[in-house]
Design a protein. Structure first.
Length: 263
């Protein structure tokens, strides 16, 4: 199945499948980026180390990058965002779920299996970021904190920032129980559209939540232009034949990766 749509291209190159955002491809002389596809690839740290490196190496080759440029984090559903000033090992970024850099040849990586990953690019200040926002990260407004850090520490103007939302679980499949629903209602009282975002599916038992919409609203509140918030529009559960999904694979689930790098 081809997942291409108005915002993303589904690419197959040298046996590797991945998505790229059309908006970011307008800057392909300045950045590399990709979101991995294919159930035969696992970018999670549960993968055997040599195979893990090979998977990343093949994807890096496909987008004309190098695995030696790779920087990743431990991703523990925190709201911690760090600035990468030079190539360092993963262990240097524990309990971190967002990375920012203005340095070339640093390939920022996040991984997911249903959670939201957001790729950021400021073409004016030449700054990139890569943020993991699962439902816990969304509750902690990590995308807001990413933009705030880009603004405060690297002088980015939010109106210049492009944010691309990778495939993730969508409202159609993100079903939660009352405890989680209550967390969202309490945290996002300031969002007018909350009644549309949280939908009861089984009276007093189950609710569906549109976490993608929440992140879009948070980005707008930080000053990003609506036209610069680009959603892949792809649900990881609906397309679990090409995208890893925790809710589908359950125990032993594997992960996808999103990559971005300044050339």
């Amino acid at each position: 199945m081809d997942l291409s749509n108005e915002n993303v291209l589904h690419i197959q190159k040298n046996g590797i499948e991945y998505l790229q955002f059309k908006k970011l491809l307008e800057y392909q002389k300045e950045i590399n980026h990709a979101y991995s596809l294919g159930l035969d690839k696992n970018y999670g740290r549960t993968e055997e180390k040599q195979k893990w490196k090979q998977n990343f190496q093949e994807l890096c080759w496909a987008i004309d990058s190098k695995v030696e440029h790779l920087v990743s984090t431990s991703q523990e559903h925190t709201d911690e965002v760090k600035i990468v000033k030079k190539k360092e090992e993963q262990e240097k970024y524990p309990k971190t779920d967002g990375l920012i850099t203005n340095q070339k040849d640093i390939l920022l990586s996040t991984i997911n299996a249903d959670c939201i990953l957001v790729l950021f690019f400021d073409p004016v200040k030449k700054v990139i970021a890569n943020t993991h926002s699962g439902w816990r990260g969304t509750l902690q407004r990590i995308v807001s904190k990413t933009v705030q850090k880009m603004k405060k520490e690297l002088e980015c103007d939010p109106k210049d920032i492009i944010a691309c939302i990778c495939p993730s679980i969508r409202k159609c499949h993100f079903e939660v129980e009352k405890e989680v629903k209550d967390y969202f209602e309490k945290e996002f009282q300031d969002i007018e559209e909350l009644q549309e975002i949280i939908e009861e599916t089984i009276p007093n038992q189950k609710w569906h939540i549109d976490t993608v919409k929440i992140n879009q609203i948070l980005l707008q509140k930080e000053g990003l232009k609506l036209e610069n918030i680009i959603d892949s529009g792809i649900c990881s559960v609906c397309h679990s034949d090409l995208i890893h999904s925790y809710r589908v694979e359950k125990q032993g689930y594997k992960r996808n990766t999103a990559l971005i790098e300044l050339k």
